[in-house]
Design a protein around this ligand. Structure first.
Ligand code: ADP
Ligand code: MG
Length: 381
């Protein structure tokens, strides 16, 4: 009986031990799978794009989180189907940044890489990517695991801040040097006028006229410079935007007709707005001029006013060939121009005027034309 008793006791203890072990492993397995589930949930719901990229020679994208669809417009399946898709999205000007990054691995991993991507809808996106190296048992770098964050909004704010900084600088520069330059120029212009009238200079009359025109052009640039000054005070008064446009229209028409452009108005019934009449005139003329200049072989220019999105909108549409993406990014930067005789000050002035009116400017452009929208807030009743 006794040996059986020992044997039974032994088996019982063994069963209990195995049971405990099974329970322990099962609990650890559930804990692990719970944790894995939580991590998976975190990656699957992350706003940033999380990826796992196996490096060449077996280059493959092993994982991209679903947020890729939201950020870039392409779903993870599209990345899995084409391992080079992400590289095709990189802005041509930023390709060298990625090449540097890859050629200097693993040192380059220490600093985040900031570059531009094209979304599926062709919009430009600023992203910042950070990653960690994954090594195999032999210590070789085999993969990268990282995140890609959409920093477009941050970049836009930074660009706006630097544009305003530059404009303020330009403004104060202008205020100090403008008079110094203008005074001697007025003297030169005056003498040119007087000498140009003299009998002996009549054969060179055209040259005199040209010199005077050039001085006037320089003076215009200085005047535009001055209006960039940030200290300028606006006097906002309740007035009719339609009225300002109608009053300017004959001038616009004359300007347009001399460039074979047909200008038309399409004004809706809109409430009065708080405006600085002179500034709105300048804004309108600058945008109209750009529209006319965008159609060197003629076309239609339409000025509209309408209500939309709780705003009062002024729009100027042309039938030019549109603004390419690489130029769109620079619009509003003082002195940025693609024209031989452009000043690059028209749009910065428009942005400043809009800013002083609490209005915003949006651009819709394609190869068949461009529309500039100025969104004014209706006055609070
Ligand atoms: P400027 O007219 O003196 O060049 P702007 O600041 O008015 O300076 O415009 C800057 C640049 O923006 C222009 O040189 C042009 O390339 C582009 N641009 C502005 N408006 C238009 C438009 N309606 N269509 C095409 N390009 C435009
Ligand atoms: Mg212009």
């Amino acid at each position: 009986m006794l040996p059986w008793g020992y044997a039974f006791g032994g088996i019982l203890r063994l069963v209990i031990a195995i049971g405990t072990l099974i329970l322990y492993f099962e609990k650890t397995r559930t804990d692990l799978s719970n944790r894995e589930f939580q991590y998976k949930l975190l990656t699957e719901n992350a706003i940033d794009v999380i990826y796992y990229y196996r490096l060449p020679p077996e280059a493959t994208i092993e994982y991209v989180s679903p947020s890729a669809l939201l950020v870039t417009g392409y779903a993870p399946e599209e990345y899995y189907a084409d391992n080079n898709l992400i590289f095709k999205l990189i802005h041509p000007d930023d390709k060298s940044l990625l090449d540097d990054f890859i050629n200097n691995l693993p040192c380059s991993l220490e600093t985040p890489l900031t570059l531009r991507l094209f979304r599926k809808d062709k919009a430009t996106l600023w992203v910042e990517q950070k990653c960690v190296p994954i090594h195999n048992e032999k210590g070789q770098l085999v993969a990268l695991e990282g995140i890609i964050r959409d920093i477009t909004q941050r970049k836009k704010l930074e660009q706006m801040a630097s544009t305003f900084d530059r404009m303020n600088m330009v403004g104060s520069m202008a205020a100090t040097v403008a008079h110094e330059i203008r005074n001697p120029m007025t003297t030169v212009r005056g003498y040119l006028q007087v000498l140009g009238r003299k009998e002996k200079y009549q054969p060179d009359k055209e040259k005199f006229t040209l010199m005077i025109e050039e001085i006037d052009r320089a003076n215009n640039i200085i005047r535009e410079y001055l209006s960039l000054s940030h200290e300028k005070l606006v006097s906002l008064k309740k007035c009719s935007l339609n009225y300002i446009i109608e009053a300017l229209f004959p001038l616009i028409q004359a300007d347009a007709n001399s460039s074979k452009v047909y200008a038309s108005l399409n004004l809706s019934d809109i409430p009065e707005l708080l405006l600085d009449e002179n500034e709105v005139r300048q804004l309108l003329l600058n945008l109209v001029r750009n529209g006319i200049e965008a159609m060197p072989t003629g076309g239609n220019l339409v000025i509209r006013t309408f209500r939309g999105d709780n705003k009062i909108v002024l729009s100027i549409s042309d039938q030019g060939s549109g603004i390419p993406l690489h130029i769109l990014d620079h619009l509003g930067t003082p002195f940025f121009t693609t024209k031989d005789t452009g000043t690059g000050l028209g749009l910065p002035i428009c942005y400043q005027i809009a800013h002083r009116h609490n209005a915003s400017i949006k651009i819709d452009t394609s190869t068949t034309g461009t529309t500039f929208f100025v969104y004014f807030s209706p006055p609070v009743l």
